[in-house]
Design a protein around this ligand. Structure first.
Ligand code: FAD
Length: 480
């Protein structure tokens, strides 16, 4: 018997395990792949290694060093005497019991599901995986690529995991989707020297970002050489016809799409499908724990990330463990990408910490409504709080305050003059509601504003705070 059972050792799961163990709980954590999850193995860390490498070859080399080093660090954290790390795929037997394929079973009052997400694929039928394959076939699942067995998708149509496994820089990369993952890879592969085309269904990239900021970032990336087709829907993909290939001059994939009623196509050596991520619940046998998925595939949870009783089938409530707030038998929680609330590594971590605090009866003041996010393009973009577009839609009264990097001494000294800050406040320069920034080190600047918003500070209090000169952070107090 263990106090807490956690399924998945990504940032949500392993941080929760460490926090619980530190507070004296006996924890069992089950992981079917590498510890560190998507973030460490095929997400945040590898992509940021690419962002901070000069060439594709350097990036490959550094990723091969950085990822195992960090993985070792996580294994070190999980070697705490209160933590048992079990290798295997977990599956529910009932609401208190989980088993692994080698026949082990584990029982706990409190169980945290932290199984993360996988890439969403395009709904346009079969995709080609090999330029020589002739007929199209389905892209291998990301589960396979996250597994320690090292199965890899190396075809010309890949998801983000497959792209990180390419041995050579593609000459022409076509990216379907201008969300965070698509934009980050567009920026970095363009810098490495690939010819990058991005096709996006929506009118503007990065829908969570202020549309003004998103447009400026896209224009900047266009100047750097990335080609964008916005408001364009991909219709089909097909391998380049055999006669052409046999001529020895062209191979790859043709991406057919429609923009403003016109049929267009792009040729690419590699196609990255970056159309979002979906919760990972396959094989968990959630029915045994009486958990019903929401129509979008997420595990529905309440504001404390407890699997909401309202989502359980009627009459089954007594089968289920419930709640630090109710039944003494404990509860089922779902944190991180699998609940679909905020698909970010730091959101998963903080949700895990909050759940453990609930189990321990510790009050915390984590503000899940103040969730900063960054896009590590060149230059960066980052945001916290609602965009100006969202404030307008909600009918929330606000004031918008702007400043530009070109007027900041440090930005000029760094030759990083492209950038803009947008702060929205309550009317009368009241409490700060949000910050949307594009420009060098935008993530760091947004982090500062996140602290002000969390503490309910006003724009005047931000202005009254002494900022080191010369720093980029002065751009915040330079807003109009
Ligand atoms: P995961 O990290 O996905 O971990 C889940 C773990 O559960 C995995 O290790 C999996 O093997 C395991 N698992 C699943 N099912 C089972 C089972 N049945 N039994 C046992 N184990 C199981 N976020 C950021 O905040 N910043 C970034 O810069 C950033 N960049 C990203 C770049 C890319 C290319 C991608 C794909 C994602 C990026 N993200 C980023 C998102 C971030 O990786 C995720 O939000 C984060 O990893 C979610 O953490 P998690 O713990 O919920 O799940």
């Amino acid at each position: 018997m263990t106090d807490l059972l956690i399924i998945g050792a990504g940032p949500g799961g392993y941080k929760a395990a460490a926090h619980a163990a530190k507070h004296g709980l006996k924890v069992t954590i089950i992981e079917e792949g590498h510890v560190g999850g998507t973030c460490l193995n095929v997400g945040c860390i590898p992509t940021k290694t690419y962002v901070h490498s000069a060439t594709f070859e350097d990036a490959r080399e550094r990723m091969a060093q950085v990822v195992p080093q960090l993985r070792q660090g996580v294994e070190g954290i999980l070697s705490h005497p209160n933590i048992t790390l079990v290798r295997g795929k977990a599956s529910f037997v009932d609401a208190h019991t989980v088993s692994t394929p080698d026949g082990q079973t584990f029982t706990a009052d409190n169980i945290i599901i932290a199984t993360g997400s996988t890439s969403k694929m395009l709904n346009i039928g079969p995709l080609p995986t090999s330029p020589r394959g002739g007929e199209g076939c389905a892209l291998p699942s990301s589960e396979a690529r996250l597994s320690p067995s090292g199965e890899q998708g190396r075809g010309p149509v890949v998801d983000s995991t497959g792209l990180l496994q390419l041995d050579a820089l593609p000459k022409r990369l076509c990216i379907i989707g201008a969300g965070v993952i698509g934009m980050e890879f567009a920026s970095v592969f363009n810098r490495f020297g690939a010819e990058v085309t991005v096709i996006e269904f929506l009118k503007e990239c990065l829908p969570a970002l202020d549309s003004d900021i998103a447009k400026r970032l896209r224009k900047q990336m266009e100047k750097q050489g990335v080609t964008f087709y916005m408001g364009a829907g991909v219709k089909s993909l097909s391998p380049i016809p055999s006669p052409v290939r046999e001529g020895g001059t062209r191979e790859g994939t043709l991406v057919f799409f429609e923009q403003k009623g016109k049929e267009l196509s792009v040729e690419a050596d590699v196609v990255l499908v970056a159309t979002g991520r979906k919760p990972r619940t396959e094989g968990l046998n959630l029915e045994a724990a009486c958990i019903t998925l929401a129509p979008n595939g997420t595990i529905p949870v309440d504001e404390h990330f407890e699997v909401a009783p309202s989502n359980l089938p009627e009459g089954r409530l007594t089968d289920r463990t419930v709640s630090p707030s109710g039944d003494e038998r404990g509860a089922l929680f779902a944190i991180g990408d699998v609940n679909g609330k905020q698909m970010l590594a730091h959101a998963a971590e903080m949700q895990g910490i909050h759940v453990v605090n609930r189990i321990l009866g510790i009050e915390d003041n984590i503000r899940f409504d103040v969730m900063p996010a960054a896009i590590f393009t060149s230059p960066e973009a980052a945001c916290v709080g609602p965009s100006e577009d969202q404030l307008k839609e909600q009918g929330t009264p606000y004031e918008c305050h702007k400043s530009f990097y070109r007027a900041n001494g440090k930005a000029l000294a760094m030759n990083e003059t492209e950038g803009m800050v947008k702060l929205c406040t309550e009317p009368g320069e009241g409490r700060i509601l949000s910050a949307h920034i594009f420009g060098a080190h935008a993530a760091d600047l947004v982090q500062e504003v996140t602290a002000y918003i969390t503490l309910g500070a006003t724009l005047q209090q931000l202005r009254d705070t002494v900022h080191i000169h010369p720093t980029l952070s002065e751009v915040l107090i330079e807003v109009n």
